[in-house]
Write a protein that binds this ligand. Structure first.
Ligand code: IVH
Length: 730
């Protein structure tokens, strides 16, 4: 760092302030937006202190963009972002009782439990609210955050402090508890296993919601005051909590129910049930319908009982959540993608209503698919006003025989787009609806590919709708997540030629924005900062953002994990394209056989878990198309650098090794063994070869064990594996 401020002249100080502004902005971006800090907190603090020191000595040189004037690199949306100490997960859904039985079966298999070993599960209502994490340090509320994308949420601390249900201080003894703690008759009387003291750090997780009555009264008040009318209690709760001005939240009747926890410096109990009792004892509300059951039938009976009183409950619920009670089992079960293996939401059946179909509109998607949308006479379905429903495709319109003017039955299930179930006036004599044969956006032919149900616009990238949808997908939350670039801006930038393809996003300048109506210094700077923050996306987000057919988030993640860098990934694509082109049919070989042989070769090159011929070919089709290559090359040329994947694994003697499990394992299921090995950075293979580093053999191991011995590969038993795993655990 340069000398003390009094030894510097103006020019030197100005130059250093400019450098500090740039450097601190860079580190802010890495820290807040990309979660990839390059320097320690202490070094960062030193930069900020140096900046402050210089500014104090040279007040006339304080820059417009000085770090002392900024709050951080996250675009200043209405609320600040916070990264969750432990991710906020979502839940898998069960719709039928068999799905719940399957869930229990999966748990039993994963934990390798005997068929007669009881699995206690808790069951409680699934509140239709907004999940919130409340962080208590030494029993004091220090931070409250919304779920956001599960990794990063919004800071709503001042707002949450206005909610009467939420204590700002946890009661630190076993004081009288509410909810789950009071109902001793219904529950086995287990002891707490704790003295009731509050851990140093404890995040309570639960649902912020609004009662049906409060929601109705709020809308009456809003209407009288000419304010926003909310569609349902959940929207009202979300809108009330996510306020910049906490006094608005204070005037809204929000409630809270706890259903779990996030980061905790220690856990005061070892079952879900006792944890919730402790949480209730600390003064947080827990559902009165939260109960443990040691068999499936009893849990399902509770579901039916809750469903029967659903309409009479003071708040909206959309199902029942079951959780494995034992926390040691929860830990072993872990999670898949964004949902835990130890919990499931059993949803209530969809609610139905009748209304009139006013019109059928055709929407054109990212891949050119034409989707008919039913425009409806607004109707209330289970507390939500519905104005649109999907009709899926031309076949569905024909099946229902719907035409504008028909009376129809629709149903709504959770957050999914409502569906049209039935046409009540099918027999009325009116002409049938004719599905367009041209794209309504670009007039290109709309055709049905052989064997497909969908009708697609053939316009490709000349179709404005497809291009706009591609852009929209590119910036969407699970793709590049560019905040502040919503569909309204995309459409208007597209119309004016500012945005044509994803690369243009990275070429936007502040001046271009300032030349537009309704853009001011701050909003323009925020958008540019939001774009800048995404110049180094993670590889999985980047692959997902490209919008390749069949490549959803999970597949993108599988590919990113497998190839780790975009260069490696593209090298694989080139190899696979070459193989696909080289594989020729032999005379006499039936087409189907040839296609199978070629698919097999392609899948072998793509060589990624869960990727079969359909996805593999979709990947190759995408990169075989010069248009798409151009789009990708342009994005890279605009300075976007997908980040390499660095495995979040624990250091272990097996990191980077290839392992094979064989024979029967006694304490672990194969899935759990595989998950353990992968968490240590090892690769698990199904067969023994010269590439195998270690074989874990249980009783009954046969040919694989023999082969390992022949090849001189190290063989250990399950107990030894358990030691390796335990010794590598944090
Ligand atoms: S458990 C890892 N319990 O539903 C466990 N969630 O669809 C995740 N929700 O994000 C949460 N009531 O916000 C749990 N009794 C309940 C719930 C509940 C509502 C919400 C929660 C979650 C979403 C998942």
């Amino acid at each position: 760092m340069a000398g003390t401020p009094d030894r510097l002249d103006d020019a030197e100080a100005a130059a250093e302030l400019a450098r500090l502004a740039e450097e601190i902005a860079h580190h802010n971006r890495l820290y807040h937006a990309e979660d990839a800090p390059e320097i320690s907190d202490a070094d960062y603090d030193a930069l900020v202190r140096r900046n402050a020191e210089l500014e104090a000595a040279f007040p006339h040189l304080v820059r417009e963009d000085s770090p002392s004037r900024q709050v951080g690199a996250v675009p200043a949306g209405p609320l600040a972002k916070v990264r969750h100490a432990a991710p906020m997960l979502s839940l898998d859904n069960a719709f039928a009782e068999e799905d719940v039985a399957d869930f229990i079966g999966r748990v039993r298999r994963y934990l390798n439990l005997a068929p007669d070993e009881p699995i206690t599960v808790t069951a409680e209502p699934k509140i239709d609210g907004l999940s919130c994490s409340l962080r208590y340090e030494k029993g004091m509320l220090v931070l409250a955050a919304t779920r956001g994308d599960g990794t990063t949420g919004e800071d709503v601390t001042p707002n949450v402090r206005t909610i009467a249900d939420i204590p700002t201080n946890l009661r630190s003894s076993r004081a009288k508890s509410r909810g789950a703690g009071t109902d001793s008759e219904k529950r086995p009387s287990t002891t707490f296993g704790t003295n009731g003291d509050v851990p140093d750090v404890f995040e309570v997780r639960g649902e912020v919601y609004m009662s049906k009555a409060d929601f109705a009264a709020l809308n009456v008040r809003q209407e009288a005051a000419g304010g926003k009318i909310f569609a349902n209690p959940r929207n009202a709760a979300a809108g009330s909590l996510r306020q910049k001005d906490a006094s608005v939240t204070a005037a809204r009747p929000l409630r809270f129910l706890a259903h779990g926890w996030g980061e905790a410096s220690s856990l005061p109990a070892d079952t879900q049930c006792n944890m919730m009792r402790v949480i209730s004892g600390w003064g947080l509300p827990v559902s009165e319908d939260f109960l443990p059951f040691d068999n499936l039938e009893a849990a399902l009976a509770h579901y039916r009982a809750i469903e029967a009183k659903r309409a009479d409950l003071p708040f909206d619920i959309d199902g029942v959540v079951y959780k494995v009670d034992r926390l040691d089992w929860q830990r072993r079960l872990g999670q898949v993608a964004r949902a835990p293996r130890w919990a499931i939401a059993h949803k209530f059946p969809a609610e139905k209503a009748q209304t009139t179909l006013k019109a059928i509109d055709i929407q054109v998607g990212r891949t050119g698919k034409l989707t008919p949308v039913a425009r409806l006479e607004p109707v209330n379905v289970g507390g939500v006003t519905v104005t649109n429903a999907t009709l899926h495709n031309a076949d569905e319109i024909e099946r229902l025989g719907v035409r504008p003017g028909d009376r129809i039955v629709i149903q709504r299930a959770g957050d999914v787009i409502p569906q049209v179930l039935e046409n009540l006036t099918r027999d009325e004599k009116r002409p049938a609806y004719v599905f367009p044969t041209e794209c309504p956006e670009c007039d290109s032919d709309a055709v049905r590919e052989e064997g497909e149900v969908d009708i697609r616009c053939t316009g490709g990238l000349i179709c404005p709708a497809q291009r706009v949808e591609r852009l929209r997908h590119f910036v969407s939350r699970h793709a590049l997540d560019i905040e502040g670039l919503g569909i309204v801006h995309i459409e208007s930038f597209f119309r004016d030629g500012l945005l044509q393809s994803p690369a243009d996003i990275f070429k936007l300048t502040k001046d271009q924005l300032l030349n537009r109506e309704r853009w001011a210094e701050i909003s323009a700077a925020n958008l540019i900062a939001a774009v800048d923050a995404r110049r180094r996306p993670t590889l999985d987000r980047f692959l997902f953002a490209l919008g390749i057919r069949h490549v959803g988030e999970v597949t993108a993640r599988d590919l990113a994990r497998r190839y780790r860098s975009f260069e490696n990934f593209m090298a694989m694509i080139e190899r696979a394209l070459a193989i696909r082109a080289e594989t020729q049919s032999t005379p006499a070989e039936p087409d189907r056989k040839f296609a199978q042989r070629r698919d097999k070769a392609v899948v072998a090159v793509v060589d990624t878990p869960n990727i079969g011929p359909e996805v593999a070919n979709a990947l190759l089709d995408f990169f075989d198309e010069p248009h798409n290559r151009e789009v990708v090359d342009d994005i890279l040329a605009a300075g976007v650098e997908p980040r390499d994947v660095v495995h979040e694994t624990r250091a272990s003697s097996v990191s980077g090794k290839t392992l094979v499990f064989t024979g029967s394992l006694e304490t672990l299921s194969r899935d759990e063994a595989k998950a353990q090995a992968e968490s240590l950075g090892a690769k698990v293979s199904g067969s023994v070869s010269a590439k195998t580093d270690l074989v874990i053999a249980g009783p009954g191991a046969g040919s694989k064990l023999k082969k390992a011995q022949e090849l001189g590969i190290e063989v250990i038993d399950e107990a030894k594996w358990a030691e390796i795993f335990a010794s590598s655990s944090p």
